[in-house]
Design a protein. Sequence first.
Length: 355
Amino acid sequence: MNLLEHEGKALLAKYGISIPKGKLITPRTKGSPIATPAVIKSQVPVGDRGRKGGITVIHKKAEFAQAASRIWDTAIDGHIPQHLLVEEAITSTSERYISLSYDTTTRAPTLAINAKGGSGTAKASLIQLNIFIGLPDFLAREALVAAGLTPSFPLISTLQNLWQLFVSEKAILAEINPLFELKDGSFVAGDAKVVLDDHVVAPEARPYVQLGGDIAILASGGGASMINLDALMKAGGKPANYVEYSGNPKSDVVRILTRQVLSQPNLKGCWVVGGTANFTDIYETLLGFVEGLRSVKPRPTYPIVIRRDGPRQREAFAMLEKVAKEEGFNFHLYGPETPMSESATTIVKLAYQQK
């Protein structure tokens, strides 16, 4: 989900990042709600709005009506605004660029910093982060120095607050461009581009297919999940469903999917399967599985084979062993030493009581 600027800035403010004073307006708004000089911005999910006629600065309130009317009538890449954002104009001493995103090659969070905002982002300094270490002070300082900037408490705090937004909201991208530096050394987000994982925002939108069999499946990894489905059928299993929950979903997402999957009738087993994850918190996802499992009525007594590996896998399996002992679930746990295809054979044998 690509948030509009005002939605992204609301998240920035939630996590302690300063934003300009502003008001969201509709076509019915008469007169500027903000003292001039002010900036009027089209609220459409498109970049480079300034060059495309979606942003203008007014210096007198008398300029508001004409300027706003022009932006209301300006389509940007096919998008007509439903709202405009009117903000105070910021006087800054410099503009920076900062963002957090995921590197699709390394599957790690990446911090990008540039001493120049705007068009200077192509030369940003890139620093890969460990999602479980985060962005402590020493790493933030090293990143700023690498980008040619002098570390300061306000700038480090801004980076760390953006990190908290990134991980807490399960964002795919969290970008501030420009990040205004004021005379007093504080920082204000001039713009915000935030993209959230659709599967986290709307877990019900994850691809789910009923297949009519009797072995429930919770798979992780798009390509791997299809190969695993083939392995299950080759072993003689009859899949009840297909659903895939890649990424680093919150436990609530997995809880909802688990309840959906295990609410199917006439199940003989459940298979939770995935390869070695790089940035998925295995404990978090399997905690969601347990929470969903507890909500299923009647309580499942059939075998549940879990084959997972990745960050906090050992901690997750210790939790599952404790739950199985205390609550009587029929768990069979396998880590990276067991091929996924072998775990497919195992669930088939257990589900159909084969020897």
